[in-house]
Design a binder for this molecule. Structure first.
Ligand SMILES: Cc1ncc(C[n+]2csc(CCOP(=O)(O)OP(=O)(O)O)c2C)c(N)n1
Ligand SMILES: [Mg+2]
Length: 674
């Protein structure tokens, strides 16, 4: 038995009447808050109140006084529409930030009780949920992070991850990716409580689904059982059993949505709107709840507050165990948990850059990335890589990086399988868990398959890094299905996301640094399949890409009449075009634009300075124009793609689509009127 288990035994169950009263406190708060807001979802909190009461009063390891305790159990409300369940729990358990006033301000501007749970707004909320299926995917990542860090730090990492998932969570495709990965990795600390109420928005589930979820989970290597979700004893014994399992567990808890509502219980009408005064009056009678709205009788509140404090001793004991560790281990644990990069990181990056300058190479940026990773992952042990079955193409596994598997959680490379969406959601969970900087690989065109999770990473401000290779028609023969054209623009449209498209090995290193240093948001590194010349030949300690754009080839004499802006593989084309223009006496400069977002974030003078005031501005990117007008203006010339690509060797494609030095020079000249 581990030390933690010795300190915190699961407490004795409440008697049935006490249990009911505590569960009804959740139901009452949910009804009242939704009624006052005239908006929200009372059905799930009322239906799942028994599950939550058993979990939080008997099993969940946490201390309401310290929502950030690193070794707390994680609870993920994957069915984010049931947010009032979580807010009611946080209030009842005594989380300081969750006052009754906040409950009364449910869904109002500036409250910490937004429509769906947002981890960055509300202490005690582990992740932002609402898009169904994402929370389950996050939880898989949290459970991976727990096992990985336990393998590295020993018994100071020893917790469970619980999920409350609804029918909708399990109908979403992402759930299959998440479940299969968790089953394969034998994540036995992961316990999913399925709110098996048979109802979704359109009505009974039978309208659209006839899956046997228990069999489905079992087929993916899980334990799965079916219980009465209103029977506290059944819930408790199922969770107790799950905790000692060698596999992840799914408990299908048969519940009644809107439990207690006299006419709406069991119906989709209780799912997503205020119950109305009469229905609430009837529910209060049915549940035997006589307290006025937003009032919790003191004995019930005291019971909940005691549950909120019952983990205090376990937390104190954990702090002592941490304090007993060697000072270096403690420091390292704290550093990783806080998300600070290690001291040696900057020196490693600088030494690697010096090497790149000393030995210039013509390589694809995906290969440059692999080389950079060789250096960076050595210096940054919290980087955990992976790929969605394209390891050899994405170059995300540097030499010597061990694989993370069910038998070896200390490994740092995850074979995610062909599960881009599940991968991206799991990475969000790893980042949220803290202690890990996850990075992954897939093709840029499949960013669409990750997009819902990428968006949430950006919203949550989580540092996840996606290596996305084969970033244009430059991938060649695989053709238009694999050639991204709109993806750079689509990713740039996501707020708080860094889209980095380096032009050579030196920029690739600098972009990796920008991604690692972007502590409060995700990054995508768009990298080439094809080789590129090394354009950066001089050592600069400064990270030139940090400005978002910089002059990579200045005008040879005085003011330029043409500025060419390009990203990634097209920067070399721009540099060749400049030679053609210079030869014709047209003074030209080239600006590399590895990151639109950083350029946009620069102050206006800096931005104006780098954009310059040449008579002609040309943008070059083997992608659609959308977004480029911010740099080249509506009158600027754009050389890129206007539709889908084609299947052919890449050099033929660049010629076919007119993305060549000659065409760029021609476009500039015609705009100049010469
Ligand atoms: C990806 C996604 N699609 C659609 C929705 C809109 N939506 C919210 S809840 C829900 C389904 C409700 O059914 P269920 O998940 O069983 O929750 P319950 O009504 O039982 O609480 C839907 C379609 C969503 N939140 N996320
Ligand atoms: Mg349902």
């Amino acid at each position: 038995m581990s030390a933690t288990a010795a300190v915190q035994r699961d407490p004795a169950p409440l008697d049935r009447a006490a249990h009911d009263r505590m569960a009804n406190a959740i139901r009452a708060l949910a009804m009242d808050a939704v009624e006052l807001a005239k908006s929200g979802h009372p059905g799930l909190p009322m239906g799942a109140a028994d599950i939550a009461t058993v979990l939080f009063t008997q099993f969940l390891k946490f201390d309401a006084a310290d929502p950030q305790w690193p070794d707390r159990d994680r609870f993920v409300l994957s069915a984010g529409h049931g947010s009032m369940l979580l807010y009611a729990l946080l209030y009842l358990l005594g989380y300081e930030a969750m006052t009754i006033d906040q409950i009364k301000r449910f869904r109002q501007l500036g409250s910490n009780t937004p429509g769906h749970p947002e981890n960055f707004e509300t202490p005690g909320v582990e992740t932002t949920t609402g898009p169904l299926g994402q929370g389950l995917g996050n939880a898989v990542g949290m459970a991976i992070a727990e096992r990985h860090l336990a393998a590295q730090f020993g018994e100071i990492v020893d917790h469970h991850t619980y999920v409350l998932a609804s029918d909708g969570d399990l109908m979403e495709g992402i759930s299959q990716e998440a479940i299969a990965l968790a089953g394969h990795l034998k994540l036995n600390r992961l316990i999913v409580l399925f709110d098996d109420n048979g109802i979704s928005i359109d009505g009974p589930l039978s309208l659209a689904d006839s899956t046997d979820q228990v069999k489905r989970f079992q087929a993916s290597g899980w334990n799965a059982t079916r219980i009465d979700g209103h029977d506290p004893q059944a819930i408790a014994s199922a969770i107790a059993k799950a905790k000692s399992s060698d596999r992840p567990t799914m408990i299908a808890c048969k519940t009644t949505i809107g439990f207690g509502a006299p006419t709406k219980a069991g119906k989709s009408s209780s799912h997503g709107s205020a119950l109305g005064a009469d229905e609430i009056k009837g529910a209060r009678e049915k549940l035997g709840w006589s307290a006025p709205p937003f009032e919790i009788p003191s004995d019930i509140l005291n019971g909940w507050r005691a549950a909120g404090a019952r983990g205090k001793d376990a937390r104190k004991a954990w702090e002592q165990r941490l304090a007993a560790l060697p000072v270096e281990t403690r420091g390292e644990f704290a550093r990783r948990h806080n998300g600070d990069l290690p001291l040696g990181y900057a020196d490693t990056a600088r030494a690697f850059k010096e090497k790149l300058i000393a030995e210039p190479k013509e390589v694809a940026t995906r290969v440059a990335s692999e080389n950079a990773l060789g250096a960076l992952t050595g210096a940054v042990p919290e980087m955990v890589g992976g790929s969605a079955d394209l390891t050899g193409s994405n170059n995300t596994r540097p030499k010597g990086m061990a694989v993370l598997s069910a038998d070896a959680f200390a490994g740092r490379f995850i074979h995610y399988g062909i599960r881009e969406h599940g991968m991206a959601a799991a990475m969000n969970g790893m980042a949220l868990h803290r202690g890990i900087i996850p990075y992954s690989g897939t093709f840029l065109v499949f960013s669409d398959y990750c997009r819902p999770a990428l968006r949430l990473a950006a919203l949550m401000g989580e540092r996840v890094i996606h290596v996305m290779t084969h970033d244009s028609i430059g991938l060649g023969e695989d053709g238009p299905t694999h050639q991204p054209v709109e993806h750079l623009a689509a990713l740039r449209a996501i707020p708080n996301m860094r889209v980095l498209r380096p032009c050579d090995a030196v920029e690739t290193l600098e972009c990796w640094q920008l991604a690692l240093e972007h502590k409060d948001g995700p990054s995508v590194l768009a990298l080439t399949r094809q080789n590129l010349p090394q354009l950066r030949r001089e050592m600069t300690t400064r990270n030139l890409c940090a400005a978002g754009a910089y002059e990579i080839a200045p005008s040879i004499a005085g003011q330029a009449s043409v500025s060419i802006f390009a990203t990634g593989s097209e920067v070399a084309i721009a540099v060749e075009a400049k030679k053609l223009l210079d030869a014709r006496g047209v003074l030209t400069r080239v600006v590399s634009v590895p990151c639109f977002e950083l350029l946009a974030a620069a102050d206006a003078d800096t931005r104006r300075g780098v954009i310059g005031d040449a008579a002609v501005k040309v943008g070059v990117e083997a992608a659609v124009r959308q977004g480029w007008d911010a740099i080249i203006g509506a009158d600027g010339v754009f050389v890129g793609m206007t539709g889908f690509g084609a299947s052919a060797p890449y050099k033929d494609l660049y010629r076919h689509f007119g993305i060549t030095p000659e065409k760029v020079a021609e476009a500039a000249l015609s705009q100049l009127g010469t």
